[in-house]
Write a protein that binds this ligand. Structure first.
Ligand code: SF4
Ligand code: SF4
Length: 171
């Protein structure tokens, strides 16, 4: 459902991953203050799929990783690192992420600051990335009730409706 929402927003491809310079700012003393990752990498600069909060158990994470490896094999990105950049995430290719499912919760929920601002400015949507991330971890851990899952889905469905109605008004 979050995937459908992000597709409707239509931001990553048009504003980042299809452009030479993306929207993910690299904040490092090694780089100039305003330096953005190349578009084709977007925000997949390293193995984000392994990131997690301390609320999810090692066993749940291990199971997700195991299922991902069963379906997609070990991550073995063959892309060359770009000048001044290391290699991106090992599931990343020139065509983007190879994972169609079994992504880590952070990969599913993550939006960069630029896209979060776009959602607020254009659609009036307050996307709470941390809440989405934790909810996904809780779902993965079986810690949420059916009712809570339905509530989360309904919130995302409302975001989608807002986008559709805003775009209709703009036509
Ligand atoms: S979330 Fe932001 S940085 Fe990541 S791919 Fe989309 S636009 Fe690019
Ligand atoms: S798993 Fe996919 S979405 Fe997550 S960081 Fe790697 S390439 Fe990006």
């Amino acid at each position: 459902m979050l995937g459908t929402f992000f597709v409707k927003v239509n931001y990553c491809g048009t504003q980042c991953t299809n452009l030479e310079t993306g929207k993910y700012p690299i904040r490092s003393p090694l780089f100039p203050k305003e330096w953005y990752a190349p578009g084709n990498i977007g925000c997949c600069l390293n193995d984000m799929h392994g990131q997690h909060s301390d609320k999810i158990s090692d066993a749940d994470l291990k199971l997700l990783t195991q299922r991902r490896i069963e379906k997609y094999g070990l991550p073995e990105n063959k892309e060359e690192g770009l000048p001044l950049f290391g290699k991106p995430c090992r599931y990343h290719t020139r065509e983007g992420c190879i994972l169609k499912d079994h992504k880590g919760p952070v990969c599913v929920a993550y939006l960069c600051d630029s896209q979060i601002k776009h959602l607020k400015d254009k659609f009036g949507i307050d996307y709470d990335m941390k809440k989405a991330f934790i909810t996904l971890e809780d779902i993965l851990s079986g810690k949420v009730s059916e009712e809570q899952v339905s509530k989360f889905k309904s919130e995302v469905a409302d975001f989608i409706k807002i986008i559709i109605s805003t775009e209709k008004k703009a036509d």
